[in-house]
Design a protein around this ligand. Structure first.
Ligand SMILES: NC(=O)C1=CN([C@@H]2O[C@H](COP(=O)(O)OP(=O)(O)OC[C@H]3O[C@@H](n4cnc5c(N)ncnc54)[C@H](O)[C@@H]3O)[C@@H](O)[C@H]2O)[C@@H](O)CC1
Ligand SMILES: Nc1ncnc2c1ncn2[C@@H]1O[C@H](COP(=O)(O)OP(=O)(O)O)[C@@H](O)[C@H]1O
Ligand SMILES: [Mg+2]
Length: 281
């Protein structure tokens, strides 16, 4: 049975920060993605991770993205994804790994995905999005058993990964069975009115609209999920639900004066929106 994802989730998850805290308190996020063609995807995701409030953000990407990253989001640190020693150290040192936005699907990306899936541990949270999902589908790769895994496909990516074709995806039980078979903890099946499948329930977003149908919108969602799960550690599933809700609620608010909502604007607006939730405004 699918129930509505309601705004209460925001107040449950976005709580006042303890005074006695520091950047280490709010989690470390590593993003892996952004080839030459799709550098913008990882930049947008990184902006969202920082805007959502992660304590420390590191981006493993192509060297060509270094200057744009530091120009757009100087809060983020950089790792050259072709430097394998640095990459492995970064994977070991982070709490949340976001794999895939703008990664592309060439041979280098394939071996990178393989490596990350093998390296993550039970103490980490893995979020898989974008090209990494296409690679996993094409290469028949499996999600790690002991790591809490969040997967954020749009409907085409889900069809590739699960075999549930678009015209059958309204049969929610098919998606749920595939979530279990694929060993996914939280499945965020993106669409108009996104549905989140977990072992406990299925929740559907009832806000958001076509003003979100622009490239990069999912990259910003993935970054928001990464920032929320890193920071609000008490319940990762609820952190995902809150991120999904906040992302579309901000878009809906902006749609009052924007025909199309720019994804990077949502990333930039997150701190303001979260402060208002915290103050019940
Ligand atoms: N500025 C950038 O660098 C951007 C990079 N991107 C990256 O590009 C890579 C390829 O991703 P794409 O999603 O573009 O390509 P895909 O080939 O994975 O899927 C896109 C196609 O899926 C179909 N589709 C069906 N149902 C859909 C739904 N509910 N939502 C979205 N698409 C649906 C559409 O026809 C669409 O053309 C990813 O790594 C992604 O992160 C995109 O995010 C776009 C922006
Ligand atoms: N018509 C729509 N109504 C509501 N949400 C939408 C609509 N179109 C797109 N979105 C949202 O925008 C995001 C698109 O994600 P995705 O397809 O991965 O984009 P990208 O990879 O370009 O960043 C998802 O969160 C999706 O739910
Ligand atoms: Mg996407």
């Amino acid at each position: 049975m699918i129930s509505e994802l309601k705004s209460e989730i925001l107040h449950e998850v976005i709580v006042r920060r303890p005074d006695d805290s520091h950047k280490g308190t709010f989690g470390r996020v590593l993003l892996i993605g952004g080839n030459i063609q799709y550098g913008g995807a990882i930049l947008m995701a990184a902006g969202a991770v920082v805007g959502a409030g992660a304590g420390l953000t590191t981006v493993a990407t192509d060297l060509i993205n270094l200057a744009p990253l530091h120009t757009r989001t100087p809060e983020a640190m950089f790792v050259d994804w072709r430097n394998n020693a640095d990459l492995m150290t970064a994977i070991a040192n982070n709490d949340v790994i976001l794999l895939g936005p703008g990664m592309g699907t060439d041979g280098f990306a394939v071996q990178l995905v393989q490596q990350v899936l093998q390296a993550v541990t039970e103490n980490q949270i893995l979020i898989v999005d974008g090209s990494a999902l296409t690679i996993m589908a094409e290469q028949n790769m499996t999600f790690p058993r002991d790591t809490f895994t969040i997967v954020t496909p749009h409907q085409m990516e889900w069809a590739r990964l699960s075999g549930v074709q678009l015209n059958y995806q309204a049969e929610h039980q098919l998606n749920e069975v595939q979530r279990q078979i694929l060993n996914i903890d939280v499945l965020v099946l993106k669409q108009h009115h996104t549905i989140i499948y977990t072992k406990d329930d299925q929740k559907q977003l009832q806000i958001g609209g076509a003003y979100q149908a622009t490239g990069g919108m999912g990259d910003v969602l993935a970054g928001t999920i990464a920032g929320f799960t890193a920071q609000f550690k008490a319940n990762p599933t609820k952190a995902v639900q809150a991120a999904v809700y906040a992302h579309s609620a901000i878009a809906e608010e902006m749609a009052g004066h924007s025909y199309v909502v720019k994804p990077s604007f949502i990333a930039d607006f997150l701190p303001n929106y979260m402060a208002r939730i915290q103050s019940n405004l």
